[in-house]
Design a protein around this ligand. Structure first.
Ligand code: ZN
Length: 233
């Protein structure tokens, strides 16, 4: 079985369509989404529609809950709060209901999926290092837990010295961000996990950043949100 994992789309339709096109030739059995479908970008409706149509499952991100339920706004930076309000206005009741219903944790196809951390996913903590990830391993039972939230791709093993995904070990894998990468590379990112061979690939794809940025400007959203797309920050 082969899975594609996407995260942190952030209402970036251009990035999401480029990623779905890039996933197609991999012939995956399922696509899972790690949340933050909305927020920051200009196309929340198109992105929710595409996730609903293409993903076997999705989990709740902090921007999703802020947009859908008007809670946890304090976890967002000020430009993120502005975008959350814009996105809520742009969505219809059925999109809001879909976002509001997303689970914090999903276990499916032998993997665990959360937005932030397996332990207390609703607290929106960040797992950024081996030491931060160490205690997280007792909070999921599968070999692999996929996380997003930081927008920075990473592979964290349950032991020091395990430098790539291989069977016999357990991993927390951050699949980076589709719609707002923050690792200095503006290209959209996603993961492909092959359960049979226990191999993981992190893949980058170029997309039309100009168009996504222009839509953010045209929507009257803060300029910082369009500028950062060009830098991958
Ligand atoms: Zn995010």
């Amino acid at each position: 079985m082969k899975l594609a994992i996407i995260s942190d789309i952030h209402s970036n339709y251009e990035a999401l369509t480029a990623v779905l096109d890039a996933i197609a030739p991999h012939n995956v059995d399922a696509i899972y989404c790690l949340g933050d479908i909305v927020g920051y970008g200009a196309d929340p409706k198109l992105c929710v529609d595409l996730v609903r149509a293409n993903c076997a499952g999705a989990v709740m991100g902090n921007h999703d809950i802020a947009v859908a339920k008007d809670i946890d706004m304090d976890y967002l930076p000020s430009d993120g709060r502005t975008a959350a309000l814009h996105n809520r206005e742009a969505l219809e009741a059925e999109h809001i209901a879909y976002l509001a219903d997303l689970p914090f944790t999903l276990e499916a196809d032998g993997c665990t999926f959360v937005h932030a951390t397996p332990h207390m996913p609703q607290d929106w903590q960040r797992v950024g290092s081996f030491f931060q990830s160490k205690s997280q391993f007792q909070h999921f039972s599968t070999d692999v837990c996929f996380v997003g939230h930081t927008h920075i791709p990473a592979i964290m093993a349950n032991k020091i010295g395990v430098l790539h995904v291989r069977s016999g070990h357990r991993f927390i894998i951050n699949t980076g961000s589709v719609g707002q990468p923050r690792d200095g590379n503006p290209q959209a990112g996603f993961g492909i996990f092959d359960l049979a061979s226990f191999t993981y690939d992190f893949i980058r794809v170029p997309y039309n950043v100009d168009r996504a940025a222009a839509k953010i400007k045209a929507a009257g959203l803060p300029r910082s949100l369009s500028r950062r797309l060009f830098k991958g920050q």
